[in-house]
Design a protein around this ligand. Structure first.
Ligand code: TRP
Length: 363
């Protein structure tokens, strides 16, 4: 069986197998209804748990919430943008948004100071969320290290209904920090349903597949505390991960593997020009055999972010495979789209940063 470890930064190769091994559901049945989200339309969001509950809330215009968290341990890059786009999309579908800076987790698991975490969370994460279109007036944002009493009470209560051995079975080798991080994350996800935060209602958690151990634990805990709190088991959607610019993993600790949303647009364009493509060794071969878009980081950038029009994307795919589009030309096109996106985004971000700071002062 495929092991999922939320702290190992493992890459997940085989999403179909994941669905089978862990009992997630494929996203297929919701594709046509939610094709307005690029990530659903293009199978980037490949699986879910209990999404029908969220579907129903959206269709019947009933209350529901979205909960998400980010470890403030690095720059905000295009991998994070995908999650931000998902959050914004759900907000527009009517979700109340709960979003945390997982600064306790980054302190315990990555050694990030609370001060650094606060700066990163404000300037990188929150400011970029808002610049991408998140409405800050309909947002509950908090730091795991500095929040309300009911949340900490819940976190501690949760420990009563999960044994050490169960945690071991889910997470493998345990440390005290892992236990606290896992229970804190469960409290992140469940506390919106406490009476002080709006009461029981469906909550969707959009995550990468690596976070599934937390989702499974939290869903079990929701059930075990059913009598006290009437929690609705939280739903989840699972997205694939973007690759790094050189292939392999995108990693916050390797700046050459990602483009940050605050990268200088010209520098970002250069990173695009250096990215790995699915091109052949020589132009002759490329003309004869065609390229391999499935192995191309440029194509991934289009697919996830830079080209929303399916027809335009398909055309590039076809030309690449037919050997009529060469990598150099394609990279230039991508670099232009990147530069344009970043310049426009960064203009919005300047204003968004002020809003982010205001939001945090208000708390
Ligand atoms: N563990 C997540 C990460 O590694 C961050 C996180 C904390 C989170 N609380 C959450 C994610 C609740 C989803 C829901 O980035």
């Amino acid at each position: 069986m495929n092991e999922l470890d939320p702290w190992a930064q493992s890459s997940v190769e085989d999403y179909e197998k994941l669905i089978k091994d862990f009992g997630m559901q494929p996203m297929d049945e919701f594709k046509s209804g939610y094709s307005d989200l690029r990530y659903i339309r293009r199978n980037v969001i490949f699986g879910h748990r209990d999404f029908s509950r969220i579907d129903e809330s959206i269709q019947k215009k009933k209350r529901f919430a979205l909960m998400t968290g980010l470890m403030p341990s690095g720059r905000f890059h295009f991998g994070h943008k995908m999650v931000a786009d998902e959050i914004i999309w759900f907000q527009r579908k009517g979700a109340e948004i709960f979003s945390c800076a997982a600064d306790m987790e980054s302190y315990l698991m990555r050694g990030v100071s609370f001060e650094d975490a606060r700066k990163t969370a404000t300037e990188e994460y929150l400011a970029n969320y808002i610049a991408l279109g998140l409405n800050p007036d309909k947002l509950t944002f908090w730091f795991q290290s500095d929040y309300r009493n009911e949340y900490y009470r819940l976190r501690d209560m949760l420990s009563k209904k999960v044994t050490f051995n169960e945690l071991k079975a889910i997470y493998g080798e345990l440390t005290t920090g892992k236990i606290i991080s896992a229970l804190t994350q469960a409290a992140d996800i469940l506390h919106p349903q406490l009476p002080e935060f709006g009461g029981p209602r469906p909550v969707v958690v959009p995550v990468g597949a690596d976070q599934d151990p937390h989702i499974r634990l939290t869903r079990d805990l929701a059930q075990r505390f059913n009598e006290e709190f009437k929690f609705v088991p939280p739903s989840a959607t699972y997205h694939k991960f973007m690759s790094g610019l050189q292939g392999g993993k995108m990693s916050s600790s390797n700046p050459q593997s990602f483009i940050a949303l605050t990268d200088e647009p010209k520098e970002a364009a250069k990173k695009v020009m250096r990215a790995k493509t699915g091109g052949r060794a020589t132009v002759e071969e490329q003309k004869k055999l065609g390229g391999i878009p499935e192995q191309c980081m440029i194509y991934e950038l289009y697919l996830y972010h830079l080209i929303d029009d399916d027809k335009a994307l398909k055309e590039i795919h076809q030309k690449c495979k037919a050997g009529t589009l060469m990598c150099g030309e394609d990279k230039k096109h991508c670099a232009q789209l990147m530069e344009k996106f970043l310049s426009e985004h960064q203009k919005k971000r300047a204003e968004a940063k002020k809003q982010a700071e205001k939001l945090l002062k208000k708390r």
